[in-house]
Design a protein around this ligand. Structure first.
Ligand SMILES: Cc1cc2nc3c(=O)[nH]c(=O)nc-3n(C[C@H](O)[C@H](O)[C@H](O)COP(=O)(O)O)c2cc1C
Length: 486
């Protein structure tokens, strides 16, 4: 598989094309130091076998924020150094911190905008990134990724909504100025031979923001300036964030936030057209800069077809690898059937929003990391069957089954559904302890077939329950959501 072929970027060899894109964990304290739980989270990712693990955004400056890692001073070096060494020991992949500068926000709803920065405040930013990149290199990281996406400073300079009247705003060329100065400063300070990637929005997804049309030119400018990879994200903006009394704005609550972390209502590879458009444009201009595509890419078939079609060079999987960091290892050994599969319920996103430790709702209750097991014995249904009952009423189907048993522990249940004569598709999952589900995404007059399958900590799947067919009666009661555990 191309997915498991190596990729070279500025002297760094990634053993495969799978990337854990940056994902804030909220495991650090407000002091910003690496701690035990952070180390556990990242060594877990490394052990799972991803080719590149990008560590969550770390601040390059000292501005106050909630729990966030920091790389803004030498006092953070011992912890960062220890973490890099442990990640290298744990797995075959490379590791790179994402480094970030953000503007101030307050609980009153006020936020600092690029227009508010004095020219002196603008001019110090490249140096802050450069110093952070030098620290990353000296701490033993293989590369660094500059955060130019979402609601943060460099993204806000790139934004089509950046209306500064000086050399740093207005036209595309001026909006690119600070990001390019930052890239140049990082290069100069950290060395030409130190790989430097850039993450930026391929579409802002807010009214008046740029789309892939202009992002192609941004990509071209960054690639020509020597970025070693371009990781394409989308949205995540303050402009459409929902204000909540007494809370600082969280830039993922509006439509642009949905586009950044597309939920279960979005199709697979929802943002692929953006990365593919950028990749094609770079190729057309003779540039081979690797492009990372991310956003609801989950199956090996989908990932492989994206690489095979040349739509991207690397596949980012954030929530799927949070759900199961062993995805790369399992798929490489031909065991996708053992992967614990993300269902894009976005509980992780909600936790981030509320400054709570980011966990996956499929993990065992109370766990702060994904479990690991090499057990081979699948769960069983007591008495040999799930005793699945399926009840259809107007607008909704309700499922109930009996709990499975396992030699280690039952971890969860996959819910399968087939529509009319179509093939069964896995539509959702619920954690162990939940033995009921409702499907509010049904249409009256149609037939559906349902099945349930238990899985254990290692992802071994037990036997599928007997399949039950129902005809949904016409009419729809009010207030039913489409899908969810009961
Ligand atoms: C909890 C959480 C935290 C995230 N933190 C970051 C971050 O620090 N930097 C970043 O560039 N993207 C961040 N993202 C966005 C992801 O890297 C990724 O682009 C997004 O989740 C879509 O990919 P996926 O469908 O594979 O999850 C975060 C996403 C989640 C769910």
């Amino acid at each position: 598989m191309k997915l498991f072929s190596p990729l070279r970027a500025n002297g760094m060899t990634l053993p495969n094309r799978l990337v854990v894109p940056a994902m804030v964990t909220r495991l650090s304290g407000e002091d910003g130091f690496v701690n035990g739980p952070i180390t556990e989270r990242y060594t877990r990712f490394a052990r799972g076998g991803a080719g590149l693990v990008v560590l969550e955004a770390m601040a390059v400056h000292g501005s106050k924020s909630g729990p966030l890692l920091r790389i803004s001073g030498d006092e953070f070096l011992p912890g960062l150094r220890d973490l890099a060494a442990r990640m290298h020991d744990a797995g075959p992949g490379r590791c790179a911190p994402q480094i970030i500068h953000f503007l101030k926000i307050s609980r009153t709803g006020w936020r600092q905008r690029v227009n508010d920065l004095t020219i002196d405040e603008v001019r110090v930013i490249p140096g802050l990134y450069a110093a952070a990149a030098v620290r990353a290199r000296s701490a033993g990281y293989d590369a660094v990724e500059l955060h130019m996406a979402h609601a943060y400073t460099l993204s806000s300079f790139l934004s089509r909504l950046n209306a500064r009247r000086d050399d740093y705003g207005g036209s595309l060329e001026r909006r690119l100025r600070l990001p390019l100065e930052t890239l140049a400063a990082v290069r100069a300070a950290a060395g030409q031979d130190f790989p430097v990637g850039v993450r930026f929005d391929g579409e802002e997804c807010v009214k008046g923001g740029y789309t892939v049309d202009e992002a192609r030119w941004i990509a071209l400018a960054l690639a020509r300036a020597g970025a070693d990879w371009l990781s394409i994200s989308a949205g995540g903006k303050f402009e459409d964030a929902l204000p909540r009394a007494g809370q600082p704005l969280y830039p993922y609550t509006g439509y642009s936030g949905e586009r950044c972390m597309p939920g279960r209502n979005y199709p697979p590879a929802a943002n692929l057209y953006i990365a593919a458009g950028i990749k094609a444009f770079l190729v057309q201009h003779g540039l081979g800069t690797p492009v990372v595509a991310t956003g609801k890419i989950h199956t090996p078939e989908l990932a492989e077809s994206i690489l095979g079609d040349g739509k991207a060079d690397l596949i980012g999987m954030a929530r799927p690898l949070l759900a199961d960091p062993d995805w790369p290892r399992k798929v490489q050994s031909g065991r996708f059937d053992r992967v614990i599969r993300c269902c894009y319920a976005n509980v992780c996103k909600a936790k981030d929003e509320h400054f709570q430790t980011v966990t996956c709702f499929l993990w065992p209750r109370g766990a702060i990391n994904a479990p690991h097991s090499d057990d081979q014995t699948p769960p069983q249904w007591p008495g040999g069957d799930a005793a699945l009952t399926v009840r259809a009423e107007a607008g909704r189907v309700s499922l109930k089954w009996q709990a499975a048993t396992d030699n280690e522990a039952v971890y969860g249940y996959d819910i399968w559904r087939a529509v009319e004569n179509g093939p069964p598709e896995r539509m959702d999952a619920v954690p162990a302890g939940v033995c009921a589900y409702h499907d509010g995404g049904v249409v009256g007059g149609m037939r559906y077939r349902y099945g349930v399958q238990a899985y254990d900590l290692a992802g071994n799947r037990g036997a599928m329950s007997a399949e039950i067919e129902v005809l949904v009666p016409p009419g729809a009661p009010a207030g039913i959501q489409s899908g969810g555990q009961v």
